[in-house]
Design a protein around this ligand. Sequence first.
Ligand SMILES: [Zn+2]
Length: 294
Amino acid sequence: MPELPEVESVRRALEPGLVGRRFVHVAIADPRLVRPHEPAEVAAELQDERVAALERRGKYLIVRFESGRVLLVHLRMTGSFLHAGSGALGDDPHRRAVVRLDDGSDVAYRDVRRFGTWLLLEPDEIASYLDAKVGVEPLEPVFTVAHLAERLAHRRAPVKAALLDQRTVAGLGNIYVDEALWRARINPLRPAETLDRNEVRRLHRAIRAALEHGIARQGSTLRDYRLPDGGGGTMQDEFRVYGRGGEPCDRCGTEIAKTRVGGRGTWFCPACQPARAQAISASRPSRSSRQSSV
Ligand SMILES: [Zn+2]
């Protein structure tokens, strides 16, 4: 599933071609995309709207129109956009919608598994809708160590499960939670409430670092993730733990282990991320931690 770095990469790639453009024709082929509304009705509502901004909140893409309305897009598991020049759109059996823009280009929405959603919201609906579903943006100043500590306090759930909850931090998913926990040297099964202040500080920094790394590589191309030009990201080549069971840890050489947390495949280093808390100074360089963990 696309996570914050993937959705942000899509946003950045789509933004120049979309902002300022008018939707001259909208075709929605799959009722699941807009249910419980009727595809033809939603398409008619979208027609003639002009895009004022393309934003992101957590894993949501927000197409903000000049009218003040927004189209809230969630790619879920396999949703992707393709922006093609006039007449350049080929056939695709998994295409669910096409928007013709006023420059003649097409923005096509593809979704193999069909879990993605398009929701048209009125100006007064958007803030409350999103605030109920997603917590603060981890790359914005509002995401502080104190805020993260507050969100993890009194939670007995494994820290990984707490981080997958979109209300804890917006935009994290299975990949970047595993990557962040490895960076922070915290075991994914540790009850969230047992993390001490230093660990929360490390985790805070690690979440940002993992996400920024993912954005710098334009996300990870697994399964159906695609950028709007048809290309993909390269973060999958630089995963530290995700999907790397049996391979040596980049930090200490121990074999990466796999477990399950909340039904999700979870990768971690048993040496760097021990099941019980380990005193590691937040400022200690990784070389000495390597010695202490072997
Ligand atoms: Zn390790």
